[in-house]
Structure formats: structure tokens, C-alpha cells
Design a protein around this ligand. Structure first.
Ligand SMILES: [Mn+2]
Length: 434
């Protein structure tokens, strides 16, 4: 049976307790999970899909309830201030979010969450990574994503979608996929509510449903605006994004409680500011805030995306170490991060705005052994033109290329082709490693 129509807050609370019961009594569970960087897009995609789907599940659904799970431990929420800023719009709190902490211990051989009892719908990625991937890879049965298709999700996904398309935000693809179901849900809720109304122009039930809709709409809208710079980025914005923003904005503007006060630009700015407000975080947290990792040809690659330039990170490292030389302590911090994760190759991609207001990217790569070094040197040649790699320099005493010992190699570039995010850089690095 479908979950009854409720608020986002009510839905998340329901899903969390249903998950607990399902694990405890070995019932079937359907998960909707975003990628392990757990950025805003991944979080909102999984919630949006699970929310609409649970209230109008397809007939052959594995289970009628879809559980949205954010692919980090709950402690990871502290380093994502943009989540907290957005939750306030959706009458939700950090504690409502379902995270990896809500799953049973997966490292024991007979996990309480047996693979055959699960079905996984992937959003914002198309390969289940890490420990989850090792255990549940064969249980993936649907995907909506905007990364390069790695052909790991089966072609036939039954009643779940298999959509992998280019778009600024994956939340746009999810919105557009769900809109028909969402509309019929809202219409039937409003008209059944209106039947009880005593001649009011707007029944109370109708207003309540519109508020619920608007709260969920803001969740999806935030990701699309962040991922497309409020639809202003020509490189990133696609028709999918424009269509989804129109649709979600209409859901907000039809809600009497919000329509007079809501302003898209202000909303975008608030979430964007929260996302960039990382000054209070420690460097190690900044590096793990938006981090992805891959195994490629027996080697480990990690890539951090950071919304501040390298100079900022160096300054941060210097403050934390209370040291004069930013250079040394910065690299020591990167090395610690890489060591903790046993990486062969580590990259940091930064985004920032120049003093002239230009959007810019830097790329730092560090290979920790000979094999990784030869891969990254290959990458430096093969990807140079596509990524517009250009030698980087800041203060005269900084080193932009350094023999860091016989077998290591690292380099920093300006990445002048700023349209390429990790979505493109990761496959290029992996190709060179494979
Ligand atoms: Mn995404």
C-alpha cells in the first residue's frame, strides 16, 4: 500500500522507523541512494524520488515504500551547512535525514540487511561504490543520473527508470521523471479535501497539500539552482534544468503561504552562501566535504572538490599549523588526507571567482608512487588540451611542480576549460590509470 500523503517531515520520520522495523524483522526494503560525495544534489534527488514514489508506487514495485538514504554517516552533516540552511525551508531537521548510520553493521559476514531483501535505485551516480557496492551490487534495479554511464546498471530495470542524461543537476531529471505522478497526487489530495470544504474558495486541506508540495519543491529547486548557478551558467544549464525549475517554482508560487515572500534569487544566494561558508571548518573537513574515490586498475584515486581556491587552503593550513610556510604545511595536510585513505593518486579541484569576477578552476594532482606518477604524467599530456591545463603560480616562493622524492609527482594547474567539473576530470584520470 502506498504511503498516505504527508509532509516531507512526516515522510522522513515514517521512513526512518519503517527501516528500523524492516532491518529488525528481515523485511524487504527499497533504497534510493545518492553518491558518496553526498552533495546537495545527491541528497535532494534521493528524497524527491523516494517521497513521490512512496505515495504512488508502481504496481510491480519491490516494496511500496522507498527509503531515501544519504550516502554518509550522520556526522558528515556538520560539514554541510547548506543542508541545514535548506532544511529550514522544508520544515525538516538534520535528525530527520536517513544516513549510513541507519543501516546495520555491514562489516559482519551475515549482515542483518541481506542482499536478497533489498532493491537499490541509484540517483546522481550509476555505480554503487565502496562497501555497499561490494555487498549489494547485484541488487541495483534502477537509475536516474547525469554522470557518464559506466554500464553497470542492467539495461532492463522493470518498473524503475534507467535514465542517464546530461543535465546540470540530477534533481532536474528526477523532477521531470516524477512530475506526472506528483501532479496527480496533488490533484487528488486537493479535490478530495475540497469535497469536505463548506464553500470556501480554498479548503484547508488544499492549502496544506500545497504547502507540503512547496516544501519539497524548494528542496529540489535548491540543487538545480546551485548546480547551474541560478540557471546562469551556459555550460551547465540544459533544457531539463529549465523545465524543472519552471515546474518547481510554480509549485512554490501556488502555495499561498510562500508565494508573496519567495524570491528565487534570494533563495539561491542564501543556499549558495551557506555552501561556501567553509571558513569555520578544519582543512581535513574541507577536503572530505565533497569527496569521491575510485579503484582503477588496482590503484586508488581520490578527488576532493572545494569551493575555495588553493590560496585559501594554504592559508587555512598555515593557521592550523601556526606556521610561516604555507607551502609545506599545506602539502603535509594533503599527504595526511591521502594516507588516511590509502590513496595512490589524489587530486583537488577548486572553484572560485577571480578579482575580475571570472569563474575559475584549479587542479592539483599528487601521485604517491611510480605507477600513479606515470599515469598522471600521461594524463597531463592527454588531457592538456581538453581541460585547458595551464601552469599555475602564486607567490614566487611557491612550487608548482616538484620532484617530491624519486617515485612521487605532483603538479598544480589552472584549468582554463572551466566547464569541466569532476564529472569529466575523474574519467580522464581513470582512463590514464587503467
Ligand atoms: Mn549531481
Amino acid at each position: 500500500m502506498a504511503v498516505p500523503r504527508t509532509s516531507l517531515r512526516g515522510f522522513l520520520a515514517h521512513a526512518k522507523s519503517a527501516l528500523r522495523t524492516a532491518i529488525h524483522s528481515s523485511q524487504k526494503v527499497t533504497f534510493v541512494i545518492g553518491n558518496e560525495s553526498a552533495d546537495l544534489d545527491s541528497m535532494t534527488c534521493s528524497i524527491l524520488y523516494a517521497y513521490i514514489r512512496s505515495m504512488s508506487p508502481p504496481q510491480n514495485a519491490f516494496t511500496p515504500l522507498y527509503i531515501p538514504i544519504t550516502n554518509i554517516p550522520a556526522s558528515g552533516l556538520q560539514i554541510r551547512p547548506e543542508f541545514l540552511a535548506l532544511f529550514r525551508y522544508a520544515n525538516t531537521e538534520a535528525g530527520h535525514l536517513i544516513t549510513l548510520d541507519d543501516l546495520p553493521d555491514l562489516s559482519v559476514i551475515e549482515t542483518k540487511l541481506r542482499p536478497e531483501n533489498t532493491r537499490w535505485v541509484l540517483v546522481d551516480h550509476n555505480v554503487l561504490q565502496g562497501q555497499l557496492g561490494e555487498i549489494y551490487v547485484d541488487r541495483v534495479g534502477g537509475v536516474i543520473d547525469h554522470h557518464a554511464d559506466e554500464s553497470k546498471v542492467p539495461e532492463e530495470t522493470g518498473c524503475e527508470p534507467r535514465i542517464i542524461e546530461k543535465s546540470g543537476s540530477c534533481s532536474s531529471l528526477v523532477t521531470n521523471y516524477c512530475r506526472q505522478d506528483w501532479d496527480s497526487l496533488s490533484q487528488s489530495a486537493i479535490s478530495s479535501g475540497a469535497a469536505h470544504a463548506q464553500g470556501d474558495s480554498l479548503s484547508d486541506d488544499g492549502a496544506v497539500v500545497r504547502l507540503w508540495d512547496a516544501e519539497v519543491a524548494q528542496l529540489g529547486l535548491a540543487s538545480i539552482l546551485i548546480d547551474t548557478s541560478n540557471l546562469q551558467s551556459k555550460d551547465k544549464t540544459t533544457e531539463h534544468d529549465i523545465k524543472a525549475v519552471e515546474y518547481l517554482e510554480a509549485k512554490i508560487m501556488i502555495c499561498p503561504q510562500l508565494s508573496t515572500s519567495f524570491d528565487r534569487a534570494t533563495f539561491y544566494q542564501e543556499i549558495d552562501l551557506a555552501k561556501k561558508d567553509i571558513g569555520g571548518l578544519e582543512l581535513q573537513d574541507i577536503l572530505r566535504k565533497d569527496y569521491k574515490q575510485w579503484d582503477e586498475g588496482g590503484q586508488k584515486l581520490g578527488i576532493s572538490s572545494v569551493v575555495k581556491p588553493i590560496n585559501f587552503l594554504q592559508q587555512k593550513a598555515r593557521e592550523e599549523a601556526d606556521a610561516q610556510s604555507a607551502e609545506h604545511v599545506f602539502f603535509a595536510a594533503l599527504q595526511r588526507f591521502s594516507k588516511d585513505r590509502d590513496l595512490d593518486l589524489y587530486a583537488v579541484m577548486t572553484t572560485s571567482t577571480s578579482s575580475e569576477g571570472k569563474f575559475q578552476r584549479e587542479l592539483l594532482v599528487w601521485a604517491f608512487n611510480e605507477r600513479a606518477a606515470s599515469a598522471v604524467k600521461k594524463f597531463a599530456v592527454s588531457a592538456k588540451e581538453e581541460l585547458g591545463l595551464e601552469d599555475w603560480h602564486s607567490s614566487p616562493d611557491s612550487t608548482d611542480e616538484e620532484g617530491t622524492g624519486e617515485s612521487q609527482w605532483r603538479k598544480v594547474w589552472w584549468q582554463r576549460s572551466v566547464q569541466h567539473s569532476r564529472k569529466r576530470v575523474a574519467p580522464l584520470l581513470r582512463e590514464a590509470m587503467g
